[in-house]
Write a new protein. Structure first.
Length: 125
């Protein structure tokens, strides 16, 4: 587990461009990822993918959502580089591809839903 301390969050100026700091860049990146996860359906998809790759049809059943809605949410997560695809025959399987997303989902599940069983998906990195 990574400990965040005031020292690790030092305000650092990025060379010539005094208006943009590394901490602002990190905040912007984190904000973008959190916005992508701040949708109930997308977060539920990530919770299911934590346990391993799933196809769109599997996610449809798990989420009680129609295929177009599931695909739309997966497209957003994919564009934000949080999930990746793998073709297996005619099926496409989605899995968490971002270490940050993986850790955030794990933390959220611990805070709000107990321990997730990690069955298939190894830590990405």
């Amino acid at each position: 587990m990574v400990a965040i301390t005031p020292t690790s969050l030092k305000f650092e100026m990025s060379g010539q461009n005094a208006g943009e700091s590394k901490i602002i860049e990190r905040a912007r990146t984190a904000s973008s990822q959190l916005k992508a996860m701040a949708h109930e359906s997308r977060l539920a998809i990530l919770f299911h993918l934590y346990n391993g790759p799933k196809s769109v049809s599997q996610l449809e059943g798990l989420l009680a959502m129609r295929q177009p809605a599931v695909s739309q949410q997966l497209a957003r997560l994919r564009s934000d580089q949080m999930v990746a695809t793998e073709r297996r025959g005619k099926q496409i399987y989605y899995s968490i591809s971002s270490e940050h997303a993986f850790v955030i989902v794990e933390l959220l599940h611990r805070l709000y839903g107990g321990q997730l069983e990690q069955e298939v998906l190894p830590r990405v990195g």
